[in-house]
Design a protein around this ligand. Structure first.
Ligand code: XMP
Length: 507
């Protein structure tokens, strides 16, 4: 049985980070809404209570019955989690005199406490709370302070319960990973045996048990998640998996051909469907970005559905949904936002059972699993690419000619990034075809042609992004090559906006 740590989510923005840090310790963990603790699960080795946007004395604050877990598992409360435990047991939590945000240093701590094993006095921690614990019950022992915060950490005496008011999961807490390791490994006794190889072994066994001889369809996009899901399923059920790769005509240059070839080399049973004529027909004259998205989304579902129905007795739809898509994040009002799927609307339309073998993995873990499965590096390190493809990078209406121009310019940019070893330095890159013509001169001729914008960003999750500081020399070479080789383009500009306030895609 795969041992695990449960992280109860009280709505903090950094709850997912706690999960990431625990996984980095090669320990399996699950993030669950605070009120969904799985009673009676013998694989649980410890429980972490997250932070929260609420104050413990707030009427709407998320609360649990502490006795349900107290004495049964080691518990670590972080920020609100620590305040909740102290408050519930009779301590006092009050608004902090000065709001405690940002860097602080542990000016004193109990060096013998197992939670602080290997941690330096004076180590930097990150505080982010408006409340503070001002008194703890008699059976609680203060184990750390900062200059501003007297009770920065405590332990319940003779119990396996700890609380820290700082955030060990954020990078600014220098030895946060060590603290979490002390809890997860030394206190909870986790063996640190979660690895891509162990994940593959157990998931393949589970998929075989779950799917038996059933037939499964999966939509491939060329992206990392759906590709890894396909290879994993292929290992589990082989030819009972049929993959469908739809070309809506808005893919990158030669993408359909190249990716299809990659998939065939991986031994996947894959059907490539060229539906570009249908999509060009439906998109003709459409300029509004959201309508473009809707037309492509619906068209994709129709084509996929039609192809899937050609296969007899399909029972399952597999998808490459990953963990951040599934975590039920808690909104301030306490309502749970439903998990969402990669291809919105497909599961509802197809009336098939859903199989999502990567639903508990973070993106970098998906990549590690892909490598372990022997997938080629260029498939694993691909930049994200939007579902509607180049359609949202052509401002204004879409024609096959405009797609051709954009594909050619994009190909030069992306190939250039690879040649200059810059591809893996950026999160995502592409070219945008602008609805603008400008005057130029080529030879002795006056030209009046299109302008394109290069876009390259750095990011860790696409929620925020910065424009990539690509070398001028590189940008100059790419600009020259595009203008010289791509018929119809006589001007190249570089997008230097960050997100927010700009988005990564222009539409
Ligand atoms: P924005 O433009 O919102 O993009 O900053 C954030 C990330 O999402 C991708 N993106 C999409 N992906 N369908 C997708 O599958 C879409 O309609 C879509 N729009 C944006 C974008 O490429 C970036 O990675």
């Amino acid at each position: 049985m795969q041992e695990k740590i449960i992280i109860l989510d009280f709505g903090s923005q950094t709850t997912q980070l706690i999960g990431r840090r625990v996984r980095e310790l090669d320990t399996y963990c699950e993030i669950l809404p605070y009120n969904k603790f799985p009673k009676g699960d013998e694989s649980i080795k410890g429980v972490i209570l997250s932070g929260s946007p609420f104050s413990v004395y707030d009427e709407k604050a998320f609360k649990i019955v502490l006795d349900d877990i107290r004495g049964k598992y080691p518990i670590l409360g972080i920020c609100y989690g620590a305040q909740f435990i102290a408050y519930t047991c009779g301590g006092t939590v009050e608004p902090a005199g000065t709001r405690e945000y940002g860097r602080a240093h542990l000016s004193a701590f109990d060096t013998d406490n197992v939670l602080f094993k290997g941690i330096r006095l004076g180590t930097q921690v990150w505080m982010s709370h408006g409340d503070t614990i001002t008194s703890i019950p008699a059976n609680f022992k203060k184990i750390a302070s900062t200059d501003e915060v007297a009770i920065a950490a405590y332990q319940v005496e003779n119990e396996q319960i700890w609380g820290v008011q700082f955030h060990p999961e954020v990078y600014h807490t220098e030895e946060g990973t060590q603290l979490l390791k002390n809890f997860v490994v030394d206190i909870c006794g986790c063996k640190q045996d979660w690895s891509p190889a162990s994940f593959i072994e157990s998931t393949v066994a589970e998929l075989r048990a779950q799917l038996g001889d059933d037939k499964v369809v999966l939509g491939l996009s060329g992206g990392v998640d759906s590709s890894v899901a396909a290879v994993l399923l292929n290992r589990a059920i082989g030819k009972n998996l049929t993959c469908i790769f739809v070309d809506h005509g808005m893919l990158r240059k030669n993408e359909f051909k190249n990716v299809l070839h990659d998939y065939e080399c991986l031994g996947l049973n894959v059907i490539g469907v060229d539906a570009s004529a249908k999509f060009f027909g439906e998109l003709a004259g459409v300029t509004e970005p959201e309508r473009k998205r809707k037309i492509i989304g619906k068209g994709f579902i129709d084509v996929f559905d039609e192809e899937a129905h050609k296969i007899k007795d399909v029972k399952w739809l597999a998808q490459g949904t990953i963990y951040p898509d599934c975590i039920e994040s808690l909104s301030i009002t306490g309502t749970v936002i439903k998990s969402h799927h990669n291809v919105g609307g497909l599961p509802e339309k197809m009336n098939l059972k859903l199989c999502e073998p990567l639903r508990l993995l973070f993106k970098d873990e998906v990549r590690r699993v892909g490598r372990e499965l022997g997938m080629p590096e260029h498939l694993i390190t691909r930049h994200p690419f939007p579902g509607p493809g180049l359609a949202v990078r052509i401002l204004g209406d879409i024609t096959p000619e405009k797609v051709r121009i954009l594909q050619d310019a994009d190909d030069i940019f992306i190939q250039g990034l690879r040649d200059w070893n810059l591809y893996n330095e950026v999160w995502q890159a592409g070219v945008v075809l602008l609805p603008v013509q400008s005057v130029g001169v080529m030879g002795d001729e006056r030209t009046y042609e299109r302008a394109v914008a290069l876009r390259a960003v750095t990011s860790t999750d696409a929620m925020t992004a910065d424009w990539a500081k690509l070398p001028y020399e590189f940008l100059g070479k790419v600009s020259n090559e595009i203008i010289n080789k791509v018929k119809g383009v006589n001007r190249v500009v570089y997008d230097i906006s960050s997100k927010p306030p700009s988005t990564i895609e222009w539409e």
